[in-house]
Design a protein around this ligand. Structure first.
Ligand SMILES: Cc1cc2nc3c(=O)[nH]c(=O)nc-3n(C[C@H](O)[C@H](O)[C@H](O)COP(=O)(O)OP(=O)(O)OC[C@H]3O[C@@H](n4cnc5c(N)ncnc54)[C@H](O)[C@@H]3O)c2cc1C
Length: 407
């Protein structure tokens, strides 16, 4: 007999949680409401995710080696010159990535349930089980058959609109709305985006984020994000990016339109009782880049490792304090990364003048190297003090030249 753990949500966060638990022999139930779910997403993953999560090459549709930053006045800066031959940003389809990670967790022993969790009953003491109420869709119907499951521990990996977070009163977070159109381009136009992704900044495309054209399997994803959650504004911003990239998107056909919230910061409570939140449910996306896939998978893995450790491979039920150790470890490992990206967003996405300065700064090879290394490998690679001084001077110089620091 081992402890029973329910993992709600079979995206990158949930599957990596379930994988670690199942490997340790813990009785694991992984709930996913839609087994062919294609999460609205750009699908860009850092190189370290491929090795750390042992992803086979066929998961990666495209290897992006060039990135173009485009300023409000349409100055283009090519970044990527510092990449080594075997370095790239991976572009994947979420239905493929999520399906692979979920199936792997199931093969390793997690009980995969095609079910929608509607309710979580919380026990009044620290011994009784949690009760999940869910619709089991294995009969092939959308409404499914209502069932219950009793477990000792729950991991909420059910994304930005998490029901588990609501059930434990984890508190709200601010969020941005990301809007994206999938556009199929004529062959010659698609060739341009073969291994290239574009990031556009400017008030016309987003007041507080960036807009993008990312190459996907056989089309491009064109989108924007903003914290100004208002339908009319988002439509205008999307028109803005369509206009800026108009020449490159000529002859394109929209094949899908999608929108989804992106959390802006962690929830006030990420562990309550014997329930822990991971991934978007917890709010692990980074500011300014809006990156969340790697952090979702990593938070799931770290949470599960904590459960395995505290339960002595499933022999005893971990306490709230045990689960909170996962949060402490997480904040210690990534606190600085979140802070730096938050500051970057505040300083550089403030106005079109600061954005011009930002793009100008991206032309610097040292800046490119540090930015790419920290994105690809998720470690802030210490550079020598001279390079660091040079970057600081460049940053201030760029901001002053763009009159960006004027009140
Ligand atoms: C438009 C857009 C573009 C983005 N681009 C990128 C990018 O290029 N790179 C990047 O790294 N990040 C990107 N992100 C962020 C990234 O998509 C998320 O951070 C990531 O998906 C979080 O993973 P997750 O497993 O926590 O949650 P999700 O991927 O949201 O997975 C949650 C899963 O839970 C299931 N679920 C939900 N509720 C229930 C329930 N009640 N019962 C059962 N199952 C349930 C859902 O079906 C889903 O499969 C983007 C986000 C958006 C909106």
């Amino acid at each position: 007999m081992t402890i029973r753990v329910a993992v709600v949500g079979g995206g990158p966060a949930g599957s990596s949680t379930a994988e670690v638990l199942a490997k340790a022999g813990i009785e694991t139930y992984l709930f996913e409401r839609k087994l062919d779910n294609a999460k609205p997403c750009g699908g860009a993953i850092p190189l370290c995710m491929v090795s750390e999560f042992d992803l086979p090459p066929e998961i990666i549709d495209r290897r992006v080696r060039k990135m173009k930053m485009i300023s409000p006045s349409n100055i283009e800066v090519n970044i990527g010159q510092t990449l080594k031959d075997d370095e790239y940003i991976g572009m994947c389809r979420r239905e493929v990535l999520d399906g692979f990670m979920r199936d792997r967790a199931a093969k390793l022993g997690a009980n995969l349930i095609n079910g929608t969790v509607y309710q979580l009953d919380i026990p009044s003491n620290d011994r009784d089980p949690y009760v999940l109420h869910y619709a089991d869709h294995s009969n092939g119907t959308a409404q499914g058959e209502m069932k219950t499951l009793k477990v000792d521990l729950v991991v909420g990996a059910d994304g930005a609109n998490s029901r588990i977070a609501k059930a434990i009163d984890a508190g709200d977070y601010n969020y941005a709305i990301a809007f994206q159109e999938r556009i199929r381009l004529p062959e010659d136009k698609m060739a341009y985006y073969e291994d290239l992704a574009e990031m556009y900044v400017g008030n016309d495309v987003s007041p507080d984020f960036y807009a993008w054209v990312f190459p996907k399997y056989d089309h491009v994803a064109v989108g924007t994000g903003t914290m100004k959650v208002n339908k009319a504004i988002i439509k205008d911003l999307q028109a803005g990016i369509r206009k800026r990239a108009a020449k490159r998107l000529e002859g394109g056909e929209i094949i899908k339109v999608e929108a989804h919230p992106i959390p802006e910061h962690p929830r006030p409570r990420r562990v309550v009782g014997r329930v822990a939140l991971v991934g978007d449910a917890a709010g692990t996306v980074t500011k300014s880049s809006g990156e969340g896939i790697y952090f979702a998978a990593k938070s799931g893995r770290m949470c599960a490792e904590m459960i395995v450790e505290a339960s002595n491979n499933g022999q005893k039920v971990p306490s709230e304090a045990d689960l909170k150790t996962y949060i402490k470890r997480w904040d210690k490992k990534y606190g600085a990364t979140y802070l730096v990206l938050d500051i970057l967003q505040r300083v550089f996405y403030r106005s079109d003048a600061t954005r011009e300065a930002f793009v100008e700064m991206c032309a610097d090879i040292d800046v490119q190297k540090i930015t790419f290394d920290s994105y690809l490998y998720k470690t802030v690679v210490p550079s020598n003090p001279l390079v660091q001084m040079k970057i600081t001077a460049k940053t201030i110089g760029s901001l002053l030249r763009g009159n960006a620091l004027a009140p």
